[in-house]
Design a protein around this ligand. Structure first.
Ligand code: DX5
Ligand code: ZN
Length: 220
């Protein structure tokens, strides 16, 4: 099964409740929440209070993508806010002791993910692969929605899938950035099984219909 996790980054932030409800009505599997701190990436989005506020309107897993420096001190806030899966970045300062950060996420009762930017080799995660529930391969440089898919990331997905066969066969492989009807086929073929779709779903027109369309596309 391919999991569809819509990113609300390009949703109407003045009407987030409605936007989330539309995605849920469309039948999405998870909801992807992009947390940016203005340091790790040149943009700022939402924090645990908004995550908690939205939790009331969606009974599906909350997939929290932390694009922040020093995530350790924030993990409990996101756990308390209702996160189910928390993904930190390998490159973030404060993730020098990545194994410890992963254990910290798991001790909070959450699923643990680690993300790698397009310029980071996925092989760096091999030592912790068996400890992770999910690896997020960024298919754009993080910070903004609506960017174009970077084709060289396909090789990384395939290499990660091969590594997972050895160390963690049930590893979730998530892709995030520039995923749409034109790119989803190739990432799935390379080995991804969790697709984050942002601007192709929250297009300001019909998020609910778009979720239906992508669910149907992924079920084929
Ligand atoms: C980028 C975010 C993504 C992004 C996806 O930094 O992590 O989740 O919003 O949006 P699209 O699908 O528009 O690239
Ligand atoms: Zn994201």
């Amino acid at each position: 099964m391919i999991v569809l996790s819509p990113s609300i980054l390009t949703a109407d932030f003045g009407n987030l409740q409605e936007e989330v409800e539309k995605a849920v009505r469309g039948g999405c599997d998870w909801l992807h929440l992009d947390i940016m701190d203005g340091h790790f990436v040149p943009n700022i989005t939402i924090g645990p209070m908004i995550v908690k506020a939205l939790r009331r309107y969606a009974a599906i897993p909350f997939d929290v993508h932390l694009m922040v420096e020093n995530p350790d001190g924030l993990l409990k806030l996101y756990a308390d806010a209702g996160a189910d899966i928390v993904t930190v970045h390998q490159e973030a300062s404060g993730c020098r002791h990545l194994h410890r950060t992963i254990q910290h996420i798991k001790e909070l009762g959450l699923k643990a993910g680690c993300a790698v930017n397009p310029g980071t080799p996925v092989e760096l995660l091999e030592p912790v692969l068996m400890d992770l529930d999910m690896v997020l391969i960024m298919t754009v440089n993080p910070g903004f929605g609506g960017q174009s898919f970077i084709p060289s990331t396909l090789h990384k997905i395939a290499r990660l899938r091969a590594m997972a066969e050895k160390w963690k066969p049930d590893l979730l492989i998530q892709v995030d950035g520039g995923i749409n009807a034109a790119t989803c086929e190739s990432v799935i073929q390379a080995g991804a099984n969790v697709l984050v779709v942002g601007s192709a779903i929250f297009d300001g027109v019909d998020p609910e219909g778009n979720v239906r369309k992508y669910k149907a596309l992924l079920e084929r």
